[in-house]
Design a protein around this ligand. Structure first.
Ligand SMILES: NC(=O)c1ccc[n+]([C@@H]2O[C@H](COP(=O)([O-])OP(=O)(O)OC[C@H]3O[C@@H](n4cnc5c(N)ncnc54)[C@H](OP(=O)(O)O)[C@@H]3O)[C@@H](O)[C@H]2O)c1
Length: 281
């Protein structure tokens, strides 16, 4: 009986996830062209840009690490539990320009301590990738799990805001000055055609609002802001979804790195879809 219940529950969860993330979303029809200006930033001779990526031990964050190592960047990869980040540690053993540092993005004293450790270190690209979906069972009206809601907001909205503030000087000290958050098309209000994963969606819409404000405020400092959508990607985040619905994580990271390449002062604040077009708010 218990086994049957567990199997039923597992099926139900997959069904909720599938409905949650697949189809019924209007954004595809609403994508817009993005103007991409000429790159006018010339890096000084011998300058090696640095990228910092949060949640880099697995999934999309780990693929971002590989993308920027292949470009010979210095990579600062943060992980909540570096002791368990085997794949990342193995990569660091082979690459002297990869540094693994401990960071739970919701631990503000640790965020401040890391910013102090990295004082004077330019960060050219700061990618706020760490994110959670929250338990999908507590995300429909009438059954909202408020503890879970707060947790999702902490990780997906408040942490990327705090990290932007804490590493602001590192961005200013760099050449490229790009501030990025991995958002989601699920955060597009215009794209809503059916209610689902309300908590997660709200968190991504909220971080878009915050980062759009940052784009406007920081433009005069030469800092550019990108919100990037990987599309439905094959990671633990959507475990259980049929593989044919999912994009490979390495492809998603490459696509978003291209979006970041194409982010300049003129188009700062773009909500990039992985295919190079802009998502509607
Ligand atoms: N996969 C998709 O289809 C999809 C679609 C749209 C957007 N996204 C976004 O893409 C980003 C990456 O997702 P993913 O697919 O790579 O998910 P994932 O495989 O579940 O990886 C999530 C990463 O975030 C880290 N993380 C979670 N909470 C953290 C915290 N409090 N402090 C530090 N790190 C934390 C995890 O660390 P631990 O290993 O320690 O848990 C892990 O490294 C997320 O922002 C997600 O919203 C994903």
């Amino acid at each position: 009986m218990k086994k049957q219940f567990t199997a039923l529950f597992a099926m139900l969860t997959i069904a909720i996830f599938s409905t949650a993330f697949a189809g019924g979303h209007n954004v595809d029809k609403l994508l817009m062209e993005v103007q991409i200006p000429e790159n006018t930033i010339e890096l000084p001779e011998g300058y090696v840009p640095t990228v910092m990526i949060t949640g880099a031990n697995r999934g999309i964050g780990f693929e971002f690490v590989k993308v920027y190592l292949a470009r010979d960047y210095n990579v600062i990869a943060t992980a909540r539990s570096p002791g368990k980040a085997d794949a990342l540690n193995a990569l660091a053993a082979e690459n002297e320009n990869l540094t693994v540092v401990q960071l739970d993005v919701t631990d503000f004293p640790r965020v401040d301590a890391l910013a102090a450790e990295l004082q004077g270190q330019p960060i050219d690209i700061l990618i706020n990738n760490a994110g959670i979906s929250g338990d999908v069972r507590g995300q429909m009206f009438g059954n909202i799990d408020y503890d879970e809601f707060r947790k999702v907001l902490d990780v997906n909205v408040i942490a990327p805001t705090k990290i932007a503030e804490s590493f602001y000087q590192n961005l200013l000290d760099s050449q490229l000055k790009k501030l990025v958050v991995v958002s989601s098309s699920e955060g597009s209000i215009a794209g809503i055609s059916s209610p689902r994963t309300m908590v997660y969606r709200t968190s991504k819409a909220a971080v878009n609002m915050m980062y759009t404000n940052l784009a406007v405020q920081l433009k005069r400092k030469g800092i550019t802001v990108a919100m990037v959508n990987p599309g439905l990607t094959d990671t633990d985040f959507v475990a259980g979804l049929p593989k044919k619905m999912l994009r490979p994580a390495d492809v998603a990271a490459e696509d978003m790195a291209r979006n970041i390449d194409n982010t300049w002062v003129e188009n700062t604040g773009t909500f990039w879809n992985y295919d190079g077009r802009a998502l509607p708010w």
